[in-house]
Write a protein that binds this ligand. Sequence first.
Ligand code: BGC
Length: 491
Amino acid sequence: MGSYLGKEEKDTNLDKVKEITNKLTVKDDQLKQIMKDMNNEFNVGLKDESLSSIKMLLTYVRDVPKGDETGRYLALDLGGTNFRTLMITLVADGQDEPPIVQETHAVAQELMRAPGEELFDYIAGCLLKFARDQNLERGRYPLGFTFSFPCEQFGLSVSKLVRWTKGFTCPGVEGENVAKLLRDAIRRKQQEINVDAMVDVVAVINDTTGTMMSCAHLNKDCCVGLIVGTGSNACYMEQLDKIEKWPGNYSNPNQCVVNTEWGAFGENGELDLIRTEWDKQMDTQTVNPTKQLFEKMISGLYLGEIVRHVLVDLCQQNLLFNGQVPAALMQKNGFSTKQLSEAESDETNSNLRIILIDEIGVGNVTDYDLNVVRLVCKQVSTRAAYVVAVGCSVIIERIKRDKVVIGYDGSVVKKHPKFCGLMESKIKDLISPGRVCELMLSNDGSGRGAAVVAAVAFREKRPFIFVRSDKKNSGRKKVYEFTSYLKAANK
Ligand code: BGC
């Protein structure tokens, strides 16, 4: 071990590595500055999303569930590398909920780029086969669709995709109503595979909303939903008087869940203070360079890539792996966020040794190498957790309740051994004294949350809300309501 370098040389090199990777260290005053800028963007987004990097999208979810929603619901969950079909049975308080029945389908790289119709046909085909396997061919089933991309909502079941994120680029979907694309695909597939299940797409929600609703179903204090998975985002319950762009209809409850889409923060330079060369190198190799910069500092699709860029840099400066860049690290995604989480999951470096030898193919791994890679992983994940804490703290300060419960989900926050703890302790540093924040792990928010929202929507048969700019009145948006929301939603 350590055969290449003498002790003194190793110490000097480790000091150099620390100095270089220190660029990833973020200080509280920087975080507080970003908090301020982010809060400003929240305000601008709540006024006019075209002027803000943070879109603050209205969800038309106006209340947390009552907790008495019951019945059997279908749900679809699309938002990352997997797509799921689910059947969820909600039961009255005090009863045991039957297990969620679900199927997971991989979303192939080609499908993430294929024409939108192909993507939706695939989803509809999986859904109908699932319905057939669950003997749901007779009857009518409300379906909640968790579609975890930025969408402008015009009521619960009219949801237009603003932009693709997380590596998806399917043409023909941006600007379209995804509920309608799904209904059309279900119709096409029903004929093709001859399955008769009547599926009502009653709600399209974001995974953050699902997470919040699913936690709020169990704990009424939950008013924030957070995802740090393949991508990242948060939603929260905002008061209508703070939402300047609210298009009318001030009926009670006087609030609405806002899907912040905070992933896009930084596109106007707000993160320049802490972005490094490695962030920039990683960004240029994505399908959406210069976009989603906040998300690219914190979420699973990108953290491993940032680590990889730092490691390659250190090798090239002769400070790692004896100056040789392992072939695997030359490839995009050659170091994954999963490996980062695994590496940090054990204190003895034995996981990391296995990763470097067996998965990355490094021939001779010294203790010095292990310490360097470990340090880089720690720097990247700590920065990510602190940056998420910034977003959460902005929301907590806006909500102005003494206690805020944040429902959370996502592979990074669930699988990384220290992420949650780091995030929690930094939130404490950043929020006003006296406020309390509690984190609540969601039990499958994307699936169960969709069912909960579908249950609320189906029970209420909410009117479909249609918003249109009123040209005569200086473009101010006006609200039109249709009582037959399903009919209208198909327009
Ligand atoms: C999407 C959000 C989503 C988040 C987490 C982001 O890329 O824009 O809509 O909530 O990922 O899945």
